[in-house]
Design a protein around this ligand. Structure first.
Ligand code: AMP
Ligand code: ZN
Length: 136
């Protein structure tokens, strides 16, 4: 199988602007940032999406995102931080090696990440919550 681009970055076969790493995690700058400092946090091991990630990696991933977010407050003076993750093609996933986006935001930077809809009524909303809850 042809290796994915992030696996090649982990192996050092493709360069990256590295920010931080542990035995299991790598953080590096996104090559096409929403704002400068936009960082990708990835597990070094290849897992395609969120649904494949071992839960044990969760703590280290969260700690890394927190460290990066704090560093972005200091370096690029981020006033807000978005955490994003695209999973599967309809959600915009291009690289199928699970990764979290840590995105610096600024007051009045003009970005609106997604449009929002509404439920017909409260009953519809509560009924759907029940269905989702029952399938967990
Ligand atoms: P997505 O799968 O939609 O979350 O998008 C993948 C992200 O990876 C995009 O934001 C790209 O700009 C970024 N990306 C792709 N190749 C590289 C690379 N070689 N170095 C850094 N970022 C990359
Ligand atoms: Zn990979």
């Amino acid at each position: 199988m042809e290796e994915c681009i992030f696996c090649k970055i982990v192996k050092g076969e493709i360069p990256c602007a590295k920010i931080y790493e542990t035995q299991n995690i790598l953080a590096f700058l996104d090559i096409a940032p929403i704002h400068k400092g936009h960082t990708l946090v990835i597990p070094k091991e290849h897992f395609p999406t969120l649904l494949d990630l071992p839960a044990e990696l969760g703590q280290e991933l969260l700690e890394t995102m927190q460290k990066v977010a704090k560093a972005l407050q200091v370096t690029v003076k981020a006033e807000g931080i978005n955490i994003g993750m695209n999973n599967f093609k309809p959600a915009g996933q291009i690289v199928f090696h699970a990764h979290f986006h840590v995105i610096p935001r600024y007051a009045n930077d003009g970005l609106k990440l997604w449009p929002q809809k509404s439920y017909e009524n409260n009953e519809e909303m509560l009924d759907l919550a029940q269905q989702i809850s029952a399938s967990i």
